[in-house]
Design a protein around this ligand. Structure first.
Ligand SMILES: Cc1cc2nc3c(=O)[nH]c(=O)nc-3n(C[C@H](O)[C@H](O)[C@H](O)COP(=O)(O)OP(=O)(O)OC[C@H]3O[C@@H](n4cnc5c(N)ncnc54)[C@H](O)[C@@H]3O)c2cc1C
Length: 324
């Protein structure tokens, strides 16, 4: 069978990986230049910056089996399990990509075909499965026996709308109720190494900020560089404000915590950070529609749950095929 998976975040990559292991034809489609989605690592004047997800937990047996794969190829390593002087932070190993948070997705993506820089504009149900259209550029058109949507729920709804498709009422209602927090991120370069001790993080210094980290202390950058994540509250309040309004507070607190001057920065708006209301099951799958939907809006908060959602989705598909 031929599967098309839209979205190269961790849920799409794990789903594609599991399907490709069963020797099916798998093509992953992604609007961006690379894989990883919200597990994003960015280069800036020679520095490497994780500006989306910062670490992942590995608790379930399935995630542990992925960890063995990743560790076998040195794609993932432990980062920290506690922060000295902060007993309120739960103890437990946080893992990171060895050279950045995109590494685990990049590793999985070796095992299947990809179509990158491909924004899926429209999908159409055809007799043999699905037809998928690219928005612009090469105007690629692809066919599949079964389609997997591994994109955030708002983007699923937009895609369905553009495609004049309506899923059963209970599914549409489930998609409409999914909610994510927002996050304004600030990332950039510092004059010197920061004063943050290992592991190089500072959480919730003020109510406007959830997270500050030093990517050099983290171990992914040879140059001093930082990441700041504003809180959901601050991000919601200043979402549409210009940088001149929303950045000064982040710079001021950031420089204070980092103990050095920020010399260069860019901001980024994450429209879907962490799910606060989910669909109600780890994925949605329909043999009749030849359609499956996965992602953190189904699986729940954290990379681990998004990955498990992708895995569960693949398993439902494979079970359906077996029963044919
Ligand atoms: C700032 C921030 C910090 C976070 N910190 C952590 C953390 O420390 N630990 C943790 O466990 N989790 C964290 N998370 C949450 C975690 O990143 C997500 O839960 C997880 O990565 C979601 O994976 P996903 O596959 O569901 O979606 P995504 O990673 O969003 O993947 C969806 C992909 O679909 C693509 N796409 C969308 N529409 C289309 C289209 N029409 N055509 C083609 N492609 C399309 C997107 O470009 C994207 O690559 C954080 C998230 C953010 C934003």
């Amino acid at each position: 069978m031929r599967f098309l998976i839209v979205g190269a975040g961790i849920s799409g990559c794990v789903c594609a990986y599991q399907l490709s292991r069963s020797r099916h034809e798998v093509v992953l489609i992604e609007k961006g230049r690379g894989v990883g989605g919200r597990m994003a690592t960015r280069r800036m004047n020679g520095a490497r910056i994780d500006h989306g997800a910062q670490f992942m937990t590995i608790r379930s047996a399935r995630m542990k089996s992925l960890l063995s794969l990743w560790e076998g190829e040195s794609a993932v390593i432990p980062w920290y399990d506690r922060i000295a002087g902060h007993p309120e932070i739960p103890i437990g190993i946080r893992y990171r990509g060895t050279t950045g948070m995109t590494d685990p997705a990049k590793y999985l993506a070796r095992f299947f075909d990809k179509e990158l820089n491909f924004f899926v504009e429209r999908i159409e149900r055809v007799e043999t499965g699905w037809k998928i259209w690219e928005r612009q550029g090469q105007f690629r058109i692809l066919n599949a026996d079964h389609l997997i949507l591994a994109i955030p729920s708002v983007q699923i709804l937009e895609l369905l709308h553009r495609s004049s498709l309506y899923l059963p009422d209970e599914v549409m209602n489930g998609l409409k109720k999914i909610r994510h927090t927002r996050c304004i991120a600030l990332m950039g370069l510092m004059e010197n190494s920061s004063q943050l001790p290992k592991p190089g993080t500072f959480t919730h210094p003020v109510e406007e900020i959830d997270w500050i980290s030093d990517n050099q202390v983290k171990g992914i950058s040879s140059k001093p560089c930082f990441t700041i994540h504003a809180s959901d509250y601050y991000s919601q309040q200043l979402w549409d404000a210009p940088d001149e309004e929303r950045v000064p507070k982040l710079l001021e607190v950031g420089q204070d915590c980092l103990g050095t001057k920020i010399t260069q920065w860019v901001s980024h708006r994450w429209g879907f950070a962490k799910p606060t209301v989910t669909f109600g099951s780890s994925h949605w799958h329909s043999a009749e529609w030849a359609l499956t939907m996965v992602g953190d809006g189904f699986g729940g908060e954290r990379i681990e749950n998004a990955a498990l959602s992708g895995w569960d989705g693949a398993e439902s598909i494979l079970q359906t095929i077996q029963n044919l």
